[in-house]
Design a protein around this ligand. Sequence first.
Ligand code: SAH
Ligand code: SF4
Ligand code: F3S
Length: 480
Amino acid sequence: MNNRTYIEIVNGAPIEEPARQYYFMEQLKNVIQEKESTLGRKLVASVATFGCQMNAHDSEKIIGILREIGYEIVEDAKADFVLYNTCTVRENANLKVYGRLGHLKKLKEKNPNMMIALCGCMMQENVVIEKLKKSYRFVDLVFGTHNIFKLAELMFEAFNADKTVYDIWEDTTMIVENLPSVRKYSFKTGVNIMYGCNNFCSYCIVPYVRGRERSRKSEDIIKEIESLVKDGVVEIMLLGQNVNSYGKNLDENITFAGLLEKIEQIEGLERIRFMTSHPKDLSDELIEVMSKSKKICNHLHLPVQSGSTDILTKMNRRYTKEGYLELVKKIKDKNPDISLTTDIIVGFPGETEEDFLETMDIVKQVEYDSAYTFIYSKRTGTPAASYDNQVPDDIVKDRFDRLLKVVQDISAKRANMLEGTVQDVLVEEINDHDDELVTGRLSNNLLVHFKGDKDLIGKIVSVKLNECKGFYYFGEMINE
Ligand code: SAH
Ligand code: SF4
Ligand code: F3S
């Protein structure tokens, strides 16, 4: 396209969102069609997602836009448009991306038409951008977490640029609604209820890369869920870094528990999940609403991070070991068979053997159904990165192994308790290893494999859990 036409197209774009993006999607449809007729084949795109559910959901929006403009989506890295939606919560998430980029460089040398785009949390870090500018100049487009909605406009720019297009926003108050999205599963999906995080746990980079906390209006959330349900969704996962502080920056007077009560009323919706709950903000009102609800799943992810009050203080978590245990007691009193899961960090700076034993103790007291255990990873820019007393690797590894053993034994014991019972199961897919079996999810988030066919996918059925295999079950469907 000549420069003049390009400028005319950009100047002709509406200012308001999302109309502006729909305009660029129309322009891109022409660009893609032209390329397809030159090449004599369909153009394909691939999206690789790293990190948490938040990123997975962002990728559904990205894929929605790519499909809309005409790409076929493939799993393969050998695509015409390759996008990595990155995570930077721990260093290894970060290293994986650099490793994969090395591989992409070789593919691009063979196919100069290939376009490479990077987005997500890693791109919000200055050190990453500097490194890309210096050593990864073959990348075509780089944007962050705040402007994913702008993908169409940025791609249009990248197609017309002869160097990397960078668009990184420091933060935003904008929430752009109603763009296309393609769900990975037809029957379940994530729904953002809030963005960003204000907690600044001292080890965590998320507040720096996802910006300040902002909640979506309850009306918009309800409308989105209603339209998802009309489109076949029966289970939703409400997403936020700290769902328990939902509503704090809104004009309307609403809490997370209040939002859940509204969502419960939506006819046709069967299951409600949410993550993540910060213990410091978990209200009695929420415990009450969970115990009364027919739709909220029997599962609560309640990251503890450490069992030592000393370490929790240094982590800026704003609760104590005793406070956390009291909260767990309140939750279990009202919801006796709830499944509790958690996140734990081992080897936070200054963690002593005594601190670590407190973590082992809290794990044994709470008896988590499962726990994600992480080795502390130093993140540049966070307060903990400059703390003294970083724990030596061999000690951390030893603690990590000891913790994992305890966590796994307790998980197996908890899972065994349901053996022989009949549970409601949402059928998710044909089993990976045996196509006579289907795989479904219990309310408590565990999986069960049982005989069935693809017609069951997306349905909730009763399944007897015949055999517990530690982290999952084999069962049989019961016709009621
Ligand atoms: N908002 C969520 C957590 C998001 S990050 C919450 O507060 O619970 C997911 C998990 O990654 C955290 O719960 C924590 O256990 C882990 N994590 C975060 N930063 C980390 C770091 N620097 N090193 C190791 N694990 C980390
Ligand atoms: Fe990170 Fe803490 Fe925010 Fe969770 S609550 S995202 S751990 S800063
Ligand atoms: Fe990673 Fe960003 Fe999620 S850093 S854990 S993808 S919010």
